[in-house]
Design a protein around this ligand. Structure first.
Ligand SMILES: [Zn+2]
Length: 214
């Protein structure tokens, strides 16, 4: 056994328990495990739970409001324009600083898994993606960060995005996303077919498509 967590309180059970872990698996739970492990952690009677998972977070946009100009018209359209101004200027260092703060806050509150979306489009191109790949590398030992290359401005509505998504996958994105409800507002059948021809590449990957909206 590699690790034993001693004296843990568990949900739905009275008393305290020892949790034995081998590699990345829980292999034993008992009121008292007699063996010793290479690593012993004393939970001191505190509650031990599985990690929280944040399944949808835009880490490249965290804390942008600190430097963002106010929304003058209070419209959704202006909100989008405000983010365009920022994502056109992202730097990896800037993202590491802002997103790092969000990861740190998450860890302090029990979240260690993050599915992080970043816009891939003709405005910011791969700036956000490069920032999140660096973030994944920097925090790999304490946080699991899954990087989603997300075509926020659409694939059909924003020419060049399909090529950027392919490049994003080559660079190391874990997942490609999509926003079909946004595409269908203006695209024609021939364009849809063109996108479908690209799907063999995209279909090799996990695809969190957002089909809601409007
Ligand atoms: Zn989102």
């Amino acid at each position: 056994m590699d690790t034993i967590i001693r004296q843990a309180r568990l949900r739905g059970r009275d008393g305290t328990w020892d949790i034995g872990i081998s590699a990345d698996r829980i292999t034993a739970v008992a009121e008292r495990l007699p063996e010793e492990a290479a690593r012993e952690v004393d939970a001191a009677g505190n509650l031990v739970l599985p990690t929280y998972v944040n399944g949808h977070i835009h880490l490249d946009k965290c804390f942008l409001q600190e430097t963002m100009r106010p929304n003058k018209d209070y419209t959704f359209g202006e909100c989008l324009e405000l983010t365009w101004e920022h994502k056109a200027r992202y730097t990896t260092e800037d993202i590491l600083e802002r997103a790092g703060r969000a990861i740190h806050e998450g860890l302090l509150n029990g979240t260690t898994v993050f599915r992080a979306f970043t816009d891939v489009d003709s405005i910011g191109k791969l700036r956000g993606l490069e920032g999140l790949l660096a973030l994944r590398e920097r925090w790999w030992d304490v946080a699991h960060i899954e990087v989603v290359a997300f075509p926020q401005e659409g694939i059909l509505r924003d020419p060049g995005t399909a090529e950027l998504l392919e490049e994003a996958m080559r660079l190391g994105a874990d997942v490609v996303g999509g926003l079909p409800w946004f595409e269908r507002l203006r695209c024609k059948n021939s364009q849809r077919n063109a996108m479908a021809r690209r799907l063999p590449l995209l279909a090799q990957l996990r695809l969190p498509f957002q089909t809601g909206g409007r």
